[in-house]
Design a binder for this molecule. Structure first.
Ligand code: OFO
Length: 173
């Protein structure tokens, strides 16, 4: 049975993962209408991953005898400025999520809920990967400057595939 405080913090995380999915969906649509096909594909895929994260929390809460509450939708922004601005926003959001995951780990330790702490460990590792991938994208954007956007848009999905292959060959998460 879930501790009440842990259930509350996990339900709050469902909302944060749902918003992550909505945010990247909004960014994907913004990129798509601005002719950035590769970047929009990357963001649509990221939005799907965030929905998967949300579902993991929903399943875990219910499996442990809690009640996952599905939150109302919150509208993300419509415009994101430049591509670099958009990815800076992605990194900022992922930093926020990492902080939130760390707070869950801390709360679990406080009430000695090592089962949930173990479950959340997957997200600790996932955040390391996600932050690294977005920092790599920002590094590339800084190197390219505005003139290289066509090539960047063409190649961003192969960066995603390479990162996924590297992760699969690592810890097997
Ligand atoms: Fe971006 O990892 Fe979930 O939120």
């Amino acid at each position: 049975m879930l501790n009440e405080k842990i259930e509350t913090i996990l339900v709050a995380q469902v909302e944060k993962e749902a918003y992550s999915s909505m945010l990247y969906l909004a960014m994907a649509s913004w990129a798509e209408v601005n002719g950035l096909e590769g970047i929009s594909k990357w963001l649509y895929a990221q939005s799907d991953e965030e929905r998967m994260h949300m579902l993991k929390f929903v399943a875990y809460i219910n499996e442990r005898g809690g009640k996952a509450v599905i939150p109302a939708l919150r509208q993300p922004p419509v415009d994101y400025g430049t591509v670099k601005d958009a990815f800076k926003e992605v990194l900022k959001h992922e930093n926020f999520i990492t902080q939130s995951i760390n707070e869950i780990v801390y709360a679990c330790a406080e009430v000695k809920d090592f089962t949930t702490q173990n479950f959340v460990q997957w997200f600790v590792n996932e955040q390391i990967e996600e932050e690294r991938n977005v920092r790599n994208i920002l590094d590339k954007l800084n190197l390219l400057g505005d003139g290289g956007m066509y090539l960047f848009d063409r190649d961003i999905m192969s960066m995603r595939a390479a990162a996924a292959a590297a992760d699969a060959g690592g810890a097997g998460a």
